[in-house]
Design a protein around this ligand. Structure first.
Ligand SMILES: C=CC1=C(C)c2cc3[nH]c(cc4nc(cc5[nH]c(cc1n2)c(C)c5CCC(=O)O)C(CCC(=O)O)=C4C)c(C)c3C=C
Ligand SMILES: [Fe+2]
Ligand SMILES: [Fe+2]
Length: 332
C-alpha cells in the first residue's frame, strides 16, 4: 500500500468471496412493503414473459392494487420477531458458512429482489478486496425465472464496473449426491419425529407456466429427477406436485392443493416437503404448512405433516460447503 502514489484510490488485500443469492422478500408484512416487492419481482421479464406494454397495465392496474393486501395477510402468519423467514434463514446460512470458512474468505448474501440488493452487496465485497467471487444462486433446480435472473442481475452490475472481479457461478445441483444425501438425512430426521408413518411422501416444487417446459426450460425435468433420486435414496416412492400457481395460464401439474384434497378424500396420511426451496418462506410455511393442511383436513384427511426445508441445519450447510469447495477449486 505504501508504494501507491498519494492520489491512488486505496486497494484492499485480495480475497475470495462467496455470494449466496435467494429470491427476496418484503421488508415488512404490510401492504405497501409487499407492493414494492411485488412491483420489482413481477416486473422482471424472466418471471413474467408477457411484453411489458401488455403486462405493465395489468400489473399496475389490477395486481398491485389487489394482491399486496392479501399477501401481506399471508406474510403476517409466518413473520418472526427477527423478520421474514426467508431473510432470517438466508442470513443464517451465510453466517454459518462464514464461520466454517474463516476470515480468509468473505461470505455474503443478497436477494434478487429487495434487500440486501445484489449490486450493493457486490460493491461491498469488492471494496473488501474480493477479486474473485463465486455466486451461489440458492435454487437446486435451474429455471429461467430464478437461476437465470440471478446470473443476469450479477452480470448487469458487473457491466457498470471499471475493474471487474473474476466470477464463477455454482451450477444447479438438482441431482448432486451432496444435495440428495442432505435431503435424505433431513427428511428421515423429520419422519422420525412423527407419531404416524405417512402413506404418501409428497415433494412439492414451486410451479411454473407449462409453456416454459415446451420452450426448453429444464426446470420440470430437474424437479422430477430430484424426486426420483430422492425416492431411490429413501427406498420408497416420492410423489411430485407443483404449488403456488400465479395468473391464468396453465401451470405444471399436478397442483399441490388438488393432490392434498384428493389424499384427504382418500383417507391417506401425508408428509409433505419442498425440496426446491433452500429456505422456508411464505410459500412453504403459509401455503403448505398452514393452507395445505387446511385443504387436506377439510377434504377429510387426519394425519398431515410438513417437513422443513434444509434451511441452516447441519445437512444443508454441509451440502453448501461441499458445493462451494468444489466450485472454488484453484481459487482457495
Ligand atoms: C423456488 C423456486 C421458485 C420459482 C420457480 C418461482 C417462480 C415464480 N414465482 C412467481 C410468483 C410469486 N412467487 C412468490 C413468492 C416466492 N417464490 C419463490 C420461489 C420461486 N418462484 C419463493 C422462495 C417465494 C417466497 C418469498 C418470501 O418472501 O417468502 C410470490 C410472492 C408472494 C405472493 O404474493 O404470493 C409471487 C407473486 C411466478 C410468477 C413465478 C414464475 C413464473
Ligand atoms: Fe414464486
Ligand atoms: Fe420434464
Amino acid at each position: 500500500m505504501s508504494s501507491l502514489p498519494p492520489s491512488h484510490s486505496p486497494v484492499a488485500a485480495p480475497r475470495v468471496g462467496v455470494l449466496l443469492v435467494n429470491l427476496g422478500t418484503p421488508d415488512a408484512p404490510d401492504a405497501p412493503s409487499v407492493r414494492k416487492y411485488l412491483a420489482e419481482f413481477l416486473s422482471d421479464r424472466r418471471v413474467v414473459e408477457i411484453p411489458p406494454i401488455l403486462w405493465q397495465p395489468i400489473l399496475r392496474g389490477i395486481i398491485l392494487t389487489t394482491r399486496p393486501k392479501k399477501s401481506a395477510h399471508a406474510y403476517q402468519q409466518v413473520w418472526t420477531d427477527a423478520g421474514s423467514p426467508l431473510a432470517v434463514i438466508t442470513r443464517a446460512q451465510a453466517d454459518t458458512l462464514q464461520a466454517t470458512f474463516g476470515d480468509d474468505m468473505m461470505v455474503a448474501h443478497a436477494m434478487r429482489y429487495g434487500e440486501p440488493a445484489i449490486g450493493k452487496t457486490l460493491d461491498t465485497m469488492i471494496a473488501a478486496g474480493c477479486r474473485r467471487i463465486l455466486v451461489a444462486p440458492l435454487y437446486p433446480q435451474y429455471c429461467g425465472a430464478t437461476t437465470a435472473t440471478v446470473v443476469d442481475a450479477v452480470n448487469a452490475h458487473l457491466a457498470t464496473l471499471r475493474w471487474q472481479p473474476a466470477l464463477r457461478f455454482v451450477p444447479p445441483y438438482h441431482d448432486d449426491a451432496a444435495y440428495i444425501g442432505a435431503l435424505k438425512t433431513s427428511i428421515e430426521a423429520g419422519l422420525a419425529t412423527l407419531d404416524f408413518v405417512p402413506d404418501v411422501l409428497l415433494a412439492s416444487f414451486h410451479g411454473m407456466p407449462e409453456r416454459t417446459l415446451h420452450l426448453g426450460d429444464p426446470y420440470h425435468c430437474q424437479c422430477r429427477k430430484t424426486a426420483r433420486l430422492l425416492s431411490e435414496a429413501l427406498g420408497r416412492p416420492v410423489d411430485v406436485a407443483f404449488q403456488s400457481r400465479f395468473g391464468r395460464a396453465k401451470w405444471l401439474e399436478p397442483a399441490t392443493d388438488a393432490v392434498l384434497t384428493d389424499l384427504g378424500k382418500a383417507g391417506q396420511s401425508v408428509a409433505i416437503f419442498a425440496p426446491g426451496f433452500a429456505a422456508d418462506c411464505l410459500e412453504t410455511l403459509e401455503e403448505l404448512a398452514i393452507r395445505g393442511k387446511e385443504q387436506f383436513t377439510i377434504a377429510g384427511g387426519t394425519q398431515f405433516a410438513y417437513l422443513p426445508c434444509l434451511n441452516d441445519g447441519a445437512p444443508g450447510q454441509k451440502m453448501l460447503e461441499t458445493l462451494i469447495r468444489r466450485e472454488l477449486a484453484g481459487w482457495l
